[in-house]
Design a protein around this ligand. Structure first.
Ligand code: JB3
Length: 210
């Protein structure tokens, strides 16, 4: 039987994941967030844990699974840092695939991947640990995403694109077929990327095509 879930973070990203888990009738025990949950109705009725330390004292790592509900933002390592801290204590992370996402049975998704509503993941794509394919994004055939990548809403990775770890692709950006985006690079919203992108660099759509 599936172990019940705890959601890390109680903001917008967590709320989207919680809706999918609810539709899938999954057992969510509570939400861990230093900030109040009261502004979002979807959290009503769930137990609120205000600190990560508290969770470590209440739950044994082998009795629950954690959902990483911290949204991946450029230049922020909070999502990755918290996950590593929990993993160090022995907790395991689970993924969420929206029932309204379209994921090929020939795609290979790590168990902690998150795929949101109306996103498409095509045949032969490979998604690494804790990567996020956000609302309506398209991951075409044979793309490879390493760990902790984020493809923001509406972005398109054409066939065979490679994202190294910690890449952030902004909303509605398009990455041409076969392009490799280096570790930690940021592709701004709406950018059109035709050539490989070096590690850690930033592609600004307003400065023209690369
Ligand atoms: O653009 C889209 C579709 N989504 C964005 C996503 C990718 O990133 C979204 O609009 C936001 O910009 C962002 O999502 P996120 O992380 O949900 O942002 P926010 O709504 O600001 O919520 C942050 C949550 O992280 C809050 O509930 C904080 O309390 C929580 N948080 C911060 N530090 C923490 C910690 N939670 C835990 N458990 N531990 C912490 O140390």
């Amino acid at each position: 039987m599936n172990r019940p879930y705890l959601i890390l973070g109680g903001g917008g990203h967590a709320s989207v994941l919680l809706e999918s888990l609810s539709i899938l009738n999954q057992n969510v025990l509570g939400v861990i967030s230093p900030d109040s949950l009261s502004s979002r109705k979807i959290f009503d009725g769930f137990t609120w844990y205000q600190s990560d330390e508290e969770v470590g004292e209440i739950y044994r790592p082998d009795t629950v699974q954690i959902i990483n509900g911290i949204g991946p933002l450029p230049k922020s390592d909070l999502r990755e840092r918290l996950q590593f801290a929990y993993e160090k204590k022995g907790f395991q992370f689970a993924g969420v695939i929206s029932p309204a996402a379209n994921v090929s049975k020939y795609a290979d998704c790590d168990t902690s991947v998150q795929i949101m509503r109306a996103a498409t993941v095509q045949v032969g794509a490979k998604l690494g640990k804790s990567s996020v394919v956000n609302t309506g994004a398209a991951i075409e055939h044979d793309c490879q995403l390493a760990e902790f990548c984020h493809v923001a809403p509406g972005a398109v990775l054409c066939g065979g694109v490679v994202l190294e770890k910690n890449v952030y692709i902004g909303a509605n950006a398009t990455v041409f077929p076969g392009v490799r985006v280096g570790a930690g690079a940021i592709v701004g919203a709406g950018a059109i990327v035709k050539n490989d992108v070096a590690n850690g660099s930033v592609v600004y759509p307003a400065r023209g095509l690369v």
